[in-house]
Design a protein around this ligand. Sequence first.
Ligand code: NAD
Length: 505
Amino acid sequence: MNRAITTTLHHYINGKKVPGDSGRAGDIYNPAIGQVTKQVPLASRSEVEQAIGAAQAAFPAWAATPAGRRAQVMFKFRDLIKSNMDRLAEAVSSEHGKTLEDAKGSITRGLEVVEFTCGISQMLKGEYSESVASGVDSWSTRQPLGVCAGITPFNFPAMVPMWMFPMAIACGNTFVLKPSEKDPSCPLLLAELMTEAGLPEGVLNVVNGDKEAVDTLLTDPRVQAISFVGSTAIGEYIYHTGTAHNKRVQALCGAKNHMVVMPDADIDQAVDAVMGAAYGSAGERCMAISVVVAVGDAPADALIEKLVPRVEALKVGPYTDLSSEMGPVVTPEAQQRINGYIDKGVEEGAELVRDGRGLSVPGHEGGCFVGATIFDRVKTNMSIYTDEIFGPVLSIVRAESYEEAVQMINEHEYGNGTAIFTRDGDAARDFSNRIQIGMVGINVPIPVPLAFHSFGGWKRSLFGDHSIHGPEGVRFYTKLKTVTSRWPSGIRSGAVFNFKAGGEH
Ligand code: NAD
């Protein structure tokens, strides 16, 4: 294996960088060159417990800090993200592989969540009812939970942690983040920026690690809530283990996002959409379009005719080349897995229109590149259709009717995102109403909700009751308290032994 290790990373506990002491470490690749360039410590149970302890100790004072003052930290954090954008994007691209422009775009989507949290007082202000009974008032308020934890995937090392910790912290919680061990540099930098923004020690901690760290977070009684984003197999385990330990859990998981192309669709618009949605970030997005369902042969043929030259012209290269439109996949292991799926697609009888295997980028021959791949005439029993490949591999399925397309999508195990391309308002309306998917686009290929809405899928794309960020995020990171009060000067009703109608107390 190629190794050119220049850096060993750390944890971030109680506002300080802490070296790992477990004796275990993980490799971090620069996927553009296919070499291990850094190592990350993998925390032991006791190191994670130290981070949880720091978060627990910081909680009472932080919870008692007025929401408006907590928001002041977020205002400063927002400014620091903007002024450190190049540094953050470099950290993302050098470990994930995505282009710098794409890295900046993803950081901006996280930044939008931070901006939402600047107005957290508005979300926490509660409800008030005067005179629910004679001399009795009632109000509801939302209070923080305590120590919350986040476990995040490799594909959005900035955005996904920022879906979580700014929301949790603005709501008055303290936080332990366990980022992906494949690209933890950006989350560590974000934690440092939070300290620079004025966040008290211990409110945000980052522990690097693998299953041992995650299992500690899932079982430690001091942790009240777990937010997870990652694959379905792990997410289901997180959900069941976390809830079995009486924690609130939201686990956002894998996806297979279908884009329906109706016979009346604007094909040029659809081709533009597919290019970005299937191959942006090398297909390593949970909202990537990995299946196009063409309703009829005519739109399928028209789409392929226009797609192939675009795919052939796609500039694949390292993030250091600013003209690159698509980077490598995250590790050699991911590259092998994706190539393996292309092999299987061929074996299973799909028509390989464009083969991304064996792509060599001059000057970066060792890089983890997979070229943009297109399969046509994919059937729903093929593994390239059923499984999440998480790479730049597009499957085109030909459906005979709109009904068949809807049924196919509704029967798929995943329910994260979907899109329909059509000029027919009736079809679009029917689709958005009947489709069993959490996020739906109408002539929009990647319908990611903005920060003031909430993000989440259905079926085996989300375990738990709450989507992430926005109003659902506030509900997840707070518990409801309702107070009913009477002051001594109010009207006395004497001892009451039975419930009364009309809110009499
Ligand atoms: P992953 O499930 O392998 O890892 C996610 C996290 O879980 C990491 O922090 C990892 O260290 C941890 N983990 C891995 N194995 C574990 C184990 N055995 N026990 C406990 N913890 C473990 O996911 P990934 O490969 O990093 O990310 C890609 C996946 O994430 C894809 O399936 C993608 O669809 C999904 N994803 C979903 C969303 C969404 O919002 N639904 C967003 C981004 C990514």
